[in-house]
Design a protein. Structure first.
Length: 552
């Protein structure tokens, strides 16, 4: 139908009193249909629509685009359907959620165009659902605010701070191993243990909390985070929940409000406790930076501004962990930093810092349970490092020797990236390299790490769990943007080094305490990607206590 035909129809309706002699209900209905038809006509003739017409997409419906494909599906089903379409349509695909354009990228060259520079640093519209939680925290803020926060926060993850965390990582890793010993011999969901312990570790390190909350508060917080992610993910992918005017009347909003109460209650207490007990004179560490040691630590085939901070930061400095540094900055009139900035960053990092590593450690334990040959090599490496003192505490120097364990972690993050998807809003039109496509300014570009990491042209036998994919010689031949579990470029993960160190200490402790078994295979995994990648059917393993000769 042309615009003219629609106009004539409307004029005709006006002449006849707007009702064609029919009831007001039918008149209303016809009017609505006409408006909808006009909208669809305008939409299909828009610059945006025409520019991406040649990018493949699943079948669409008028007005809805592809939004109907997610209707009635669980989060796990949405992921399976999305991956199915990507398999069918190739490395670049588009979808319309109503009038919101999403372009999905899996080609490392395209991804580099979006992530590497400073042009498309803005987070996509889909991140706005985090706003009541993270405020203007690092993960979702933009522009000057983000730049300023990144500059202030990145140094609180300096190598010398991380080194000082190792004894705390060890203490919690031993504690969780002790708790898990009660499960020995039976199958259980190891994620429950990993999520509680990763919350406790964050509280005791980055947040500087001396006395952990009573009872099971860390677990309650971790569960509330999982449920809140479910709420946010539903808002991102289901058209009706995206509309605030509809969402506020739904049961999902009631659930979201309940979870936010638990989450914000916990973080408010953390900040209060630290402020009450913070003593600037005795907090922090002073250390002379050892350049050679720092250079030697860049072993993961990943490089970003965190490495530059470490390498260029020469001389003796007093360094504070995250929350202490923020409390001190808020007191300094020369630094732009206030109470809200503290809360926003605590909320952001409490989430980013625990849920990602609890998924990462849980997947790694499942992988070792399934691939016994890999577990045997990990254990042999531990034996070579710890000799006849397998139960002694792990040190920072030990972690530097754990080259094979590092490869196991990286391979786990390749196949099961805890953050499987990220999204950016394009700041200007971008010509892609994967085809004759130009994506217009304002588009949400969805980077699918999960799919990039499984490309057969980059990883031969891509679904095989093979830690040797991360041997230096294999990594040297790969595109830098073909392995991006921590994202890459200026907005990459600020906690990458923290995460890698913590995972090494935690997994080393568990592997030295237990033989890990699994009754499942990877084919049984039911992946669910509500913000953080998880297993809908649980991270099921069983543990067998290792026995060492007791000292005489
Ligand atoms: C295996 C563990 C982890 C993985 C896979 C991971 C992954 C990521 C990814 C993919 C991003 C980019 C997100 C986006 O662009 O939407 C990111 C950002 C971020 N991560 Fe992590 N992360 C991990 C652990 C951590 C830890 C331990 C912390 C802090 C203690 C942390 C703090 C952050 C922060 C603050 C950002 C936002 C950075 C910015 O925008 O400047 N992450 N992470």
């Amino acid at each position: 139908m042309s615009v003219e035909t629609v106009q004539e129809t409307l004029q005709q309706a006006a002449k006849t009193g707007g009702g064609f002699g029919l009831s007001p209900l039918i008149t209303g209905l016809v009017g609505t249909l006409i408006v909808m038809a006009l909208y669809e006509y305008w939409h299909r003739n828009s610059r945006k629509y025409r520019m991406v017409a040649n990018i493949p997409s699943p079948p669409s419906l008028p007005l809805l685009g592809q939004a109907h494909l997610a209707a009635g599906l669980s989060n796990a089903e949405i992921l399976a359907v999305g991956l199915g379409y990507l398999n069918k349509y190739g490395e670049t695909m588009k979808a319309w959620l109503g009038n919101v354009l999403l372009v999905f990228l899996t080609n490392p060259n395209d991804i580099e165009l979006i992530l590497s520079g400073h042009q498309h640093l803005g987070k996509a519209e889909e991140y706005r659902y985090f706003k009541p939680w993270f405020g203007d925290g690092l993960l979702i803020s933009n522009g000057h605010h983000w730049r300023h926060h990144r500059k202030m926060i990145a140094p609180t993850f300096h190598q010398s701070i991380l080194k000082s965390f190792v004894p705390t990582f060890v203490e919690h890793s031993k504690a969780v191993s002790g708790r898990m010993a009660k499960e020995a011999g039976k199958a259980f969901d190891v994620h429950d243990y990993m999520s509680q312990t990763t919350v406790d570790i964050l509280l005791s390190t980055a947040m500087g909390v001396k006395k952990l909350p009573e009872g099971n508060k860390s677990f309650e917080y971790a569960q509330a985070v999982v449920d809140m992610c479910d709420v946010i993910h539903k808002r991102q992918v289901k058209l009706l929940y995206r509309l605030d005017s509809i969402y506020k009347f739904t049961k999902l909003r009631e659930k979201g409000d309940r979870m936010m109460n638990i989450i914000l209650g916990m973080t408010r207490n953390v900040v209060k406790e630290r402020k009450d007990n913070f003593q600037p004179e005795t907090s922090g560490i002073v250390e002379e930076t050892d350049q050679a040691a720092i250079k030697a630590q860049v072993t993961e085939g990943l490089r970003d501004d965190l490495d530059d901070i470490d390498e260029n930061d020469v001389g003796a400095k007093r360094r504070l962990a995250l929350l202490d540094a923020m409390v001190e900055m808020a007191k300094n009139p020369d630094i732009e930093w206030n109470e809200k900035d503290i809360m926003d960053e605590v909320n952001t990092i409490m989430f980013e810092g625990h849920d990602t590593t609890s998924a990462g450690s849980s997947f790694a334990l499942c992988m070792m349970g399934i691939h016994k040959d890999v577990q045997a090599r990990v254990f042999a490496e531990q034996k070579a490092i710890f000799g006849d003192q397998m139960q002694r505490d792990c040190t920072f120097a030990d972690t530097m020797e754990m080259k094979y364990l590092e490869r196991v972690i990286l391979e786990t993050l390749r196949l099961y990236p805890p953050v499987p998807v990220i999204a950016r809003r394009l700041d200007h039109d971008v010509k892609l390299t994967s085809g004759p496509y130009t994506v217009p300014k304002g588009t949400t570009c969805v980077v699918l790490q999960y799919c990039v990491h499984r490309r057969a042209d980059i990883y031969p036998n891509p679904t095989k769990f093979d830690p040797d994919n991360f041997l230096p010689e294999r990594m040297a031949n790969r595109h830098y943007y073909s392995f991006i579990p921590f994202s890459a470029g200026p907005r990459s993960c600020v906690g990458r080094k923290y995460a890698m160190l913590k995972l090494k200490v935690l997994l080393s402790t568990v592997v030295r305490n237990f033989i890990i078994h699994s009754t499942e295979t990877e084919a049984d995994f039911k992946l669910q990607a509500d913000i953080i990648l998880k297993l809908e059917n649980g991270f099921n393993v069983s543990l067998e206590q290792r026995k060492y000769p007791t000292a005489a």
